[in-house]
Every structure is written in structure tokens, then in C-alpha cells.
Design a protein around this ligand. Structure first.
Ligand code: SF4
Ligand code: MG
Length: 308
């Protein structure tokens, strides 16, 4: 299924973690060129697994990733800027590595390109001779971003890129990403458990629960008119008073063991609207008005206020 897609189509992924657990099932979406797709969900919902499958770090057990019919050039930025950079390499070598690997520039132009990338992420070309240890968490994340851009990706995967940073530094990195997004027209998948971050960054938002996509819609629709009960609970649980802190506040009930998901609808053990049908039959993703919802029922705000 392709929607809104001019260029890219990332489709149908079935992921397995190294433990053999089926962490991601039947997730299918497409991303248009220049679009930011946000993926949000509680920790353990499979969003990082999905990122790693798409990024090629985990072998999917089935499925396919296509970018205008060919394999896309992907780059990833990870959550932890302390473990994702090789401390034995100089920063200029770290950034030059994807340029050399993919032979993106003639030898004589690599140093100039590295200097340009350092400036693009708000660092100084003189920082290139230092080692990652010389930098703070936020600066290291800038280095990670420069390295990702150096690979000239068709598609960038950002997996919780600011979650490990202090709030003030987080804002700086988000601003940098927004700026790069608009200047370079990057196409990206932005994974986070923070609702305000996804609202700030994403054009469309996918909500994941227990390895499945349960709702996918424009960021506006997700935040102003969420349809899936899980999405609604997540958004209602976020305190409006504090626009900065919109991490995922707990919703009632426990996330089930992903290796033993409930029968039928995976959300039924926490859903206030569950019906007998929900335990029997898994709901398919329904396509309605530029939105996909994985629920048996069309829960309008009116019907939601009166649980059956
Ligand atoms: Fe809730 Fe049933 Fe819809 Fe699942 S299918 S979200 S349990 S109402
Ligand atoms: Mg994660």
C-alpha cells in the first residue's frame, strides 16, 4: 500500500530480534521524498527493532524495502552519542568514512567536504582533529549527524536522537535537525517516545503498539483527532500544561510480553472499549480518509465518551 508517496516506498517488514522474538509484525508504510515520518510508542513496542531492520542492522525474516524500486542508501543516528562513535578515530576520519566507503567525493575533496559538514552541524572545522571524548553529549550527537549526512543518504533514520540529552541540549539538536531538514530536504524516519518531539518534527505520525502499527495519519490528525483508543489514551495522558515534557506518560495497564501477545487485538488487555470480537479476531488496518487505524470499530469522539 502506498499513500502520499511520490518517491519512496518502504513496505511490509517482519522483524526478528537476535533472541528470535517476533518484535515487529506486518508493518507497512511509505514515505514521500522530503517527508519526516514520526514513529511513536512505549519502550518495548518494537520501534527500535523496526529502525534496525530498515537500517539493515537486523535481518528481517520476510519483507522488503524499496526506494523507487531500488535499495535506498540509508544512514542512521542513534540514541546514545557515547557508544555510537568510535573513540579511537579522529572526528574527521569518522565523518570521512562514509564518503570514502561509498566513494562519494574524489580524494582531494574529502577534507573540504568534512569541514563543510562540521560547519553544517554547528561545529568548527578545527574540531576535526579531536577525538570524540573531547566533546559533550550534544556535540557528539552533532558529529553523528555530520557522519550520517556525509553518506548522502536517500533516507535518514533517527532513533531517539535526543533522548539521552539534557532538555536544553535536546532543543538545540532538534532545532539543528529541523534546520537541516528544511535546507537539505531530508527524507527521514524519526523514532521517539516523546510526543512533543514527534509533534515538532514529523509531517506524519505512526503509532506503534506491541510491534504493530495501530494508527498512521498526519501529525495534525494524530494530535487533534486521534482515532485509535491507544493513541487517544497516550495523548490524553500527556499534560498540556507542559509543552516541553510530553514524554509518554503511563496509560493504565501493563504492556504485555511481546513474545506472547494477546489473542485478537494486541491492545485489548488495556482497551476501555474492548468487545468479545476483539479477543477473537485481530483487527486489520482500516484505511479511511488519509488515515490508517487498526481497530474493529469506528470510534468517533462521541462513541468514545460512552464506552459500550
Ligand atoms: Fe480496542 Fe477492540 Fe479496537 Fe482493539 S479492536 S482497539 S480492543 S476496540
Ligand atoms: Mg528504543
Amino acid at each position: 500500500k502506498t499513500f502520499g508517496g511520490k518517491a519512496g516506498a518502504f513496505e511490509r517488514l517482519l522483524g526478528r530480534t537476535p533472541r528470535g522474538l517476533r518484535a515487529v509484525r506486518d508493518v507497512s508504510f511509505s514515505i514521500s521524498r522530503g517527508e519526516v515520518l514520526g514513529l511513536v510508542g512505549e519502550s518495548g513496542c518494537g520501534k527500535s527493532t523496526l529502525a534496525r531492520v530498515i537500517g539493515g542492522l537486523l535481518e528481517p525474516t520476510g519483507g522488503d524495502i524499496a526506494f523507487r524500486g531500488v535499495k535506498p542508501r540509508l544512514q542512521m543516528v542513534f540514541q546514545d552519542p557515547f557508544s555510537s562513535l568510535n573513540g579511537r578515530w579522529r572526528v574527521d576520519d569518522i565523518i570521512a568514512e562514509p564518503i570514502r566507503t561509498h566513494r562519494l567525493r574524489p580524494k582531494g575533496e574529502v577534507a573540504g567536504r568534512v569541514a563543510e559538514l562540521l560547519e553544517q552541524v554547528g561545529l568548527s572545522p578545527a574540531d576535526g582533529v579531536k577525538y570524540p571524548q573531547a566533546f559533550s553529549g550534544g556535540q557528539r550527537q552533532r558529529i553523528s549527524i555530520a557522519r550520517a549526512l556525509a553518506g548522502e543518504p536517500d533516507f535518514l533514520i533517527l532513533d531517539e536522537p535526543t533522548s539521552a540529552l539534557d532538555v536544553s541540549v535536546q532543543a538545540q539538536i532538534l532545532n539543528l535537525l529541523r534546520d537541516l531538514q528544511s535546507r537539505l530536504g531530508l527524507t527521514s524516519l524519526f523514532i521517539t517516545h516523546n510526543l512533543s518531539v514527534v509533534r515538532l518534527m514529523a509531517d506524519r505520525v505512526g503509532v506503534m503498539y506491541l510491534g504493530e502499527l495501530v494508527e498512521l495519519a498526519s501529525a495534525d490528525d494524530i494530535f487533534t483527532n486521534p482515532k485509535h483508543p491507544y493513541t487517544r489514551l497516550l495523548i490524553d495522558a500527556a499534560p498540556d500544561l507542559d509543552p516541553i515534557d510530553r514524554t509518554l506518560h503511563p496509560i493504565p495497564g501493563e504492556l504485555p510480553d511481546p513474545s506472547r501477545p494477546p489473542s485478537g487485538c494486541s491492545f485489548r488487555t488495556r482497551c476501555p472499549y474492548a468487545q468479545p470480537l476483539c479477543a477473537e479476531t485481530p483487527p486489520p488496518l482500516r484505511w479511511e480518509a488519509a488515515r490508517e487505524v487498526r481497530c474493529h470499530f469506528d470510534l468517533t469522539p462521541k462513541s468514545l465518551s460512552v464506552p459500550a
